[in-house]
Design a protein around this ligand. Sequence first.
Ligand code: NI
Length: 140
Amino acid sequence: MFVTRKAEFSASHVCRIRSLTEAENLELFGPEANANGHGHNYIVEVTLEGDPDPVSGMVMDLKELKDILNEEIVGPMDHRFLNYEVPPFDRVVPTAENVANEIWRRLANRLRSPAAKLARVRLFEGPDLYVDVVSGDETA
Ligand code: NI
């Protein structure tokens, strides 16, 4: 069975590579490279896989999952400028792919129960774009 919890945060970012010129960054990232940065309303969906406990009927205590999402993702990232305030985005370009990978890494450190395995992190950067990290292809 798969259980999914959703969380939202708003953050600013800019996609630039320091070793590239202004023109090269604009060529690679388009408007995302504008040095002033810009905001996104991110939505993250975290999916756990497991069988409901025969007594509690739950795969995991979803209040606990909510607390973990607040501690690891929403608290540190909401209303932040990712490049300046949230490591590792001082050195890793905060594309949707890299932000999703970082979310996976943070959650994988907290969700170690074999009964409720982290199966997928889906990160929406906006209403029409999302990336999935699934068990097995995370880079963490
Ligand atoms: Ni952007």
